[in-house]
Design a protein around this ligand. Structure first.
Ligand SMILES: Nc1ncnc2c1ncn2[C@@H]1O[C@H](COP(=O)(O)OP(=O)(O)OP(=O)(O)O)[C@@H](O)[C@H]1O
Ligand SMILES: [Mg+2]
Length: 223
């Protein structure tokens, strides 16, 4: 198992009032699985992704990631796992506006300490795969929305992560581009056994899911 999450509870705080976002979520995710988190707006999908991505701390319950209990490891180790094993694709891309497409893809590889030659090779391969090598010098604002999303996919893929977490990766795209993005993610899964966890309510994404985990109001819907 890549993930074993047990009885996760999570709440945000707003003006000193707790806002419950997860109310006892348990799930296991196997290697090379393609799992879609679905559910209405506010059901806790993004929150669950940020816990699985080791971005938010576990408040109650537990997460085992690659055999390590998250509550038992140091912050340094957690950062290392996040940096090396997890690729993120955010709905709003979160690309660095002042960096070119090429530099955006390269950025995390530098932080990972990948040597220059290997890094250049991975960046080129990732940008070629998403069909944007000829746009490598463009900054995000000089790219279309779909192209930005493809840079985000290239950036996540170049890391060679164990798992890619994607939050509504098709939401701002037309159907054709959305389908291309999903095919790229599927290719990563079949070529590199990359596990995919995608939060989405796009019917096209649900149709292609290996498994669907349905959330409502911070809980799994089982019926
Ligand atoms: N930063 C925050 N501060 C306070 N409450 C928050 C915060 N982020 C999310 N919430 C609340 O937590 C609950 C779960 O939100 P979450 O973003 O996980 O839902 P979601 O399923 O991703 O929704 P969407 O489909 O709209 O993206 C919601 O009730 C939301 O209002
Ligand atoms: Mg969300």
């Amino acid at each position: 198992m890549i993930y074993r999450a047990r009885d996760l509870h999570f709440q945000y705080w707003l003006d000193r009032h707790p806002v419950p976002a997860l109310r006892g979520v348990s799930l296991e995710i196997a290697e090379a699985e393609s799992l879609v988190l679905s559910g209405p707006s506010g059901s806790g999908k993004s929150t669950l992704l940020s816990l699985l991505g080791l971005i938010e701390p576990v408040q109650a319950g537990g997460i085992r990631f690659l055999g390590e209990e998250m509550a038992a490891i140091s912050e340094g180790r957690r950062n290392e796992l996040r940096r090396h094993e997890i690729g993120f694709i955010f709905q709003n891309f979160q690309l660095f506006p002042t960096l070119s497409a090429e530099e955006n893809v390269e950025y995390f590889l530098i932080r990972q300490g990948i040597p220059t030659l290997e890094r250049k090779k991975r960046v080129k391969h990732a940008l070629e795969t998403v069909g944007l090598w000829n746009r490598r010098h463009h900054r995000p604002l000089e790219l279309s929305g779909g192209q930005r999303q493809r840079v985000a996919v290239a950036r996540a893929a170049a890391k060679h992560p164990k798992v890619i977490l994607a939050d509504e990766p098709t939401a701002s795209l037309d159907q054709q581009t959305g389908r291309e993005i999903l095919s790229m993610l599927d290719a990563l899964r079949s070529d590199h056994q990359t596990t995919l966890v995608i939060a989405s309510h796009d019917p096209m994404v649900l149709e292609r899911a290996g498994r669907i985990y349905r959330l409502a109001d911070g809980l799994e819907v089982t019926s």
